[in-house]
Write a protein that binds this ligand. Structure first.
Ligand SMILES: C[S@@+](CC[C@H](N)C(=O)[O-])C[C@H]1O[C@@H](n2cnc3c(N)ncnc32)[C@H](O)[C@@H]1O
Length: 254
């Protein structure tokens, strides 16, 4: 049984979400009722004549800070439509996004993503209204809109029915615990590099084994930290890889 996940986004720039939410798999997820994303402009909750949402920081310093009241009103306006169980502030100080956090969020019936601008939000917003702070990496963007879109797209891939071929999700980098194996399509030879013979021979068990081994080879070279919890079967394949490489080296030296 498929259900509709609802994501509410709070932002000062709703227009940044228009094209991405209509395009490709996100557009399809919305059309098929698998994912509903509602974007709300925080400025609509400013109460003064100039619709001000920011103010100078206490204690001085550069830039402006997003005020509590419009954000609090925007978040609280969602009650009834959103359970408010997970209200995540986009923040470089937050928990770093990875596939396990994406899967955790995709299991929620709904979610709120709060996009800040300026120097960020008044600390009392995160202290009293948010359940999570999420960072998409150790660098600083000008706003939380792109991080929110990254989270929405990553979650959408985890929702049953969004990616037609579920096997393509389970073999993706990180989902399987490893980086993905190399992929090839036609032509069989490009600039002197041949597609590995095993992929053209149609033996599915051999292809699967080759792919797992190549995923392990790439992961060992680029992200050895991911191998810390690998299975006994993967350990045996890693030993096999090490033996093959040692033999190749001996062959080259003799
Ligand atoms: C210019 S940044 C503020 C940076 C803040 N002064 C700091 O040093 O952490 C404005 C907003 O963009 C969003 N943002 C920037 N980089 C981000 C990241 N790596 N992950 C998630 N959100 C980010 C956050 O909502 C942040 O409050």
């Amino acid at each position: 049984m498929w259900w509709t996940m609802r994501i509410d986004v709070l932002t000062l720039f709703p227009e940044l979400f228009e094209a991405p939410l209509k395009t490709s798999l996100l557009g399809k997820a919305a059309q098929e009722g698998l994912l509903e994303v509602a974007v709300t402009n925080v400025r609509d909750f400013a109460t003064d004549r100039h619709r001000t949402v920011d103010d100078a920081p206490y204690g001085g310093g550069p830039g402006m800070v997003m005020r509590c009241e419009p954000l609090a009103a925007a978040i609280e306006s969602l009650a009834g439509r959103n359970s408010l169980r997970r209200v995540a502030l986009m923040s470089p100080r937050g928990r770093r996004l990875d596939q396990s956090l994406v899967c955790e969020l995709a299991n929620e019936p709904d979610l709120v993503l709060v996009c800040a601008r300026y120097e960020g939000v008044d600390e009392r917003v995160s202290a009293t209204l948010c359940t999570d702070e999420i960072s998409i990496g150790d660098y600083v963007l000008s706003g939380g809109e792109l991080p929110a879109l990254v989270i929405i797209e990553a979650i959408s891939r985890m929702l049953p029915g969004v990616v037609g071929d579920w096997e393509s999700v389970t073999t993706d980098s990180f989902y399987s615990g490893l980086l993905g194996p190399p992929q090839y399509t036609r032509p069989p030879v490009f600039r002197g590099i041949e597609v590995p013979a095993v992929l053209r021979e149609g033996n599915h068990a051999a292809i699967e084994r080759w792919r797992r081994k190549e995923a392990l080879r790439t992961t060992r070279a680029r992200r050895p930290d991911l191998l810390n919890h690998c299975s006994e079967e993967d350990r045996l394949l890693l030993d096999e890889l090490a033996q093959e490489e040692a033999e190749r080296q001996r062959g080259e030296q003799s």
